[in-house]
Design a protein around this ligand. Structure first.
Ligand code: SF4
Ligand code: ZN
Ligand code: ZN
Length: 313
């Protein structure tokens, strides 16, 4: 999608360093950076994001680029930006992620909040995964979503930003379509979710929703952003990667295919009347759940981990 096809930058005529297929645009270094930051700025403006913003940063290219762009944007807006990192307790991985995120946020002069799973909830991700019946990334997602919302709510943040990209969203939809997963087609993936203060739910935005992994990587490289260069050891087990491979062929046929598939499903959702799911307050932690029995997926997962690991010890 980003191979160089045009020689000159559309805006200044200098040599282009990148060709953006979906926009039919050749860009020089400076104009690519400007183009990228403008896309993020527009997404924040579209959803009227202002006040205190907690940017979730794992240390990968997406979230590190997001933090950089948002920090720059905040310099001429009223955004008050913080970085938030979760140390998942994965050996030979998590400590390195934490140290890269902390070091870089300090360099950017962005205050950092760190949650350490082992210290904060009593279990590391590998411990949780060892007794959970769910695939590793599903269990991790439940834990991370709960911690992100709880931290943001307790610290009084107005919004949370995360680094999802168009490769994530379009692959999620591709898999959902191929597996008749209607629930995911109707409910999964979104660029913005409104806050629901009555339910202790902080507003969430994905400013890179229509930006690709490659654009995020290029932005990171052009700005010398340090990134964790090894993948999470659980990532390779995720079946979603098998579907991701299909995009290289589809994008050659149509460079706008990822964006079009995602936008089509978003439009179809708007055209349908989909009832908002009822929210309940978890009887255990007080955070929201769609479970009418009133115990959220996080509390159910942790209770299972607690019982299994403590009964075994
Ligand atoms: Fe969590 Fe899976 Fe991402 Fe690893 S790859 S951080 S387990 S969601
Ligand atoms: Zn230019
Ligand atoms: Zn709960």
């Amino acid at each position: 999608m980003l191979q160089l096809k045009k020689k000159y930058c559309k805006f200044c005529g200098k040599d282009a360093i990148v060709y953006i297929g979906y926009a039919n645009l050749g860009l020089c270094r400076e104009h690519f950076i400007r183009f990228y930051e403008n896309r993020i700025r527009k997404m924040l403006e579209k959803h009227r994001i202002s006040g205190s913003l907690m940017v979730c940063v794992s240390g990968g290219k997406d979230s590190m680029s997001l933090l950089t762009a948002i920090k720059r944007i905040s310099e001429d807006t009223d955004l008050d930006v913080y970085a938030f990192h979760i140390n998942l307790g994965i050996p030979n991985y998590s400590d390195e992620c934490e140290s890269i995120v902390k070091g870089y946020a300090k360099q950017l002069l962005v205050p950092t909040i760190v949650s350490n799973l082992k210290k904060d909830i009593g279990f590391s991700l590998p411990e949780i995964i060892s007794v959970s019946r769910k695939p590793p990334c599903a269990a991790c997602g439940i834990v991370r979503r709960w911690i992100i919302n709880k931290t943001a709510y307790e610290l009084g943040f107005d919004f949370v930003a995360t680094g999802h990209n168009i490769d994530d969203a379009s692959t999620f939809f591709l898999k959902a379509l191929m597996t008749q997963d209607y629930y995911s087609i109707l409910r999964g993936q979104w660029e913005f979710l409104e806050p629901k203060k009555n339910y202790r739910l902080v507003g969430r935005i994905r400013p890179q929703f229509y930006l690709s992994e490659r654009e995020n990587m290029l932005y990171a490289q052009l700005n010398n952003i340090p990134i964790v260069d090894k993948p999470c050891p659980y990532s390779l087990r995720a079946t979603i990667h098998k579907y991701k491979k299909a995009w290289s062929t589809l994008l050659e046929i149509n460079p706008v295919s990822q964006i079009n598939l995602t936008k089509t499903l978003m439009k179809l959702r708007k055209m349908m009347t989909i009832e908002e799911p009822m929210l309940y307050q978890c009887k255990n932690c007080g955070y929201p759940t769609e479970n009418p029995n009133g115990i959220c997926s996080f509390c159910r997962l942790i209770s299972r981990v607690n019982k299994t690991l403590h009964n075994n010890s």
